[in-house]
Design a protein around this ligand. Structure first.
Ligand code: NAG
Ligand code: NAG
Length: 368
């Protein structure tokens, strides 16, 4: 028994030493925008694993999103892969404004990210029916762009505090469209839907189901963008904006209202929530069909059914997942990655130690 205990202690030490880490991939194929690819492959992987692409905010990095969101911890628990793309542009916003990135295989950052996903599918023999994308702020804008440009690649998406695909258009690479950011780009659901459909003309196949998060107190990417993004996907999926099937108060957590338009579109609107909107990892996994393994449920796709994945035994870690919590109150300090200044900003302007308030652009300062 003692020897067994010793042996298992040694084994767990080895396991710790071998623990998976965030790794850069430099040879993932054509990379027209020069975006960087990082990947997290947990030690225990499902057979034909699912892949989540997790896209950072302006000023973010792959590593910041890896450490600052619950996805990697959840990947350890459930055995899926996470790709963390990193913006090649100064200021680290994503290019969601050029014609190239707003076009399928147009040679912008959206193409580079699609290449990362295609590469990882091949390399890890991933399940094409369980490929997902999520992002925050600039990463949420890119999430919407990817849903429009590569609807055949992704099965579901979660966008936190973004804008409709095409809303940030400026005709320049990684431009900042303040009309859109300020919630002044307003159109009908037909117009927004057409904007998305035009990014991959002629495509009639399945599309990723969309979950759109936004906070009512967002003064960086104004909350009108929630309404406009909901219009866009309502138009694409044939729902009627303003007439959700269900409106659920305090769902998925206190202060949030969930609007269910149908199986392909859900909006989650946080009352009093700022641009510093927390990632609700568990809620996202529940949206990403089959990402947890076990019973993979192919939903929106007519392609070959997924290979059943092996079920991982119970989680290897006991750390609790950080889910949605109350937003940072104003009149205090902003937390790490929170906004701390910029045009129109009325919240706190100092950062919790040891972070400093860093200017990204005139509209956005962030605690880094
Ligand atoms: C910003 O985007 C809107 C559409 O959302 C567009 O009408 C406007 O021309 C864009 N602004 C610039 C400077 O390109
Ligand atoms: C936008 O959506 C939110 C959440 O549903 C709603 O409270 C608000 O009234 C909408 N704004 C407009 C201008 O329709």
């Amino acid at each position: 028994m003692k020897l067994n205990n010793l042996a298992s202690s040694l084994l767990s030490l080895v396991a710790v030493a071998d623990a998976a880490s965030l790794t850069q991939v430099t040879n993932f194929g054509s990379n027209p925008s020069g975006a960087r690819m990082y990947i997290y492959v947990p030690d225990r992987l499902q057979t034909n694993p699912p892949i989540l692409t997790a896209i950072h905010y302006c000023t973010g990095t792959a590593n910041a999103f890896y450490t600052g969101t619950p996805y990697a911890r959840l990947a350890d628990q459930y055995g899926f892969i996470v790709i963390y793309p990193e913006s090649p542009y100064s200021g680290s916003c994503w290019d969601v404004s050029s014609r190239a990135t707003l076009t399928r295989d147009g040679g912008g950052s959206s193409t580079s990210i699609a290449q990362m996903v295609r590469w990882a599918i091949e390399r890890y023999n991933a399940d094409r029916n369980r490929i997902f994308v999520a992002g925050t702020s600039s990463g949420a804008m890119m999430t919407n762009v990817l849903a429009a440009t590569y609807p055949d690649l992704f099965k579901a998406a979660a966008a936190y505090a973004g804008v409709p695909a095409g809303c940030f258009y400026t005709g320049t690479v990684a431009g900042w469209n303040s009309t859109c950011a300020n919630g002044q780009s307003i159109a009908s659901q037909q117009v927004w839907a057409q904007t998305a459909l035009d990014m991959y003309p002629g495509y009639t196949g399945p599309r990723p189901k969309m979950m759109i998060y936004h906070g009512s107190a967002d003064t960086t990417i104004y909350p009108q963008n929630f309404n406009e993004t909901m219009k866009q996907w309502c138009g694409v999926f044939g729902y009627t904006y303003g007439s959700p099937q269900q409106t659920l108060a305090n769902t998925p957590s206190a202060g949030y209202t969930k609007y269910v338009y149908g199986e392909n579109l859900v909006g989650i609107y946080g009352s009093g929530v700022t641009h510093n909107i927390p990632v609700n990892g568990e809620n996202d996994l529940n949206w990403f069909d089959g990402i947890k393994g076990g019973s993979s449920t192919p939903t929106t796709t007519a392609v070959t059914s997924s290979v059943p994945s092996t079920t991982l035994s119970t989680s290897t870690r006991t750390t609790t997942t950080s889910s949605t919590s109350a937003p940072t109150p104003t009149g205090c300090t902003s937390q790490r990655w929170g906004q701390c200044g910029g045009i129109g900003w009325t919240g706190c302007t100092t950062c919790a130690s040891p972070w400093t308030c860093t200017k990204l652009n005139d509209w956005y300062y962030q605690c880094l």
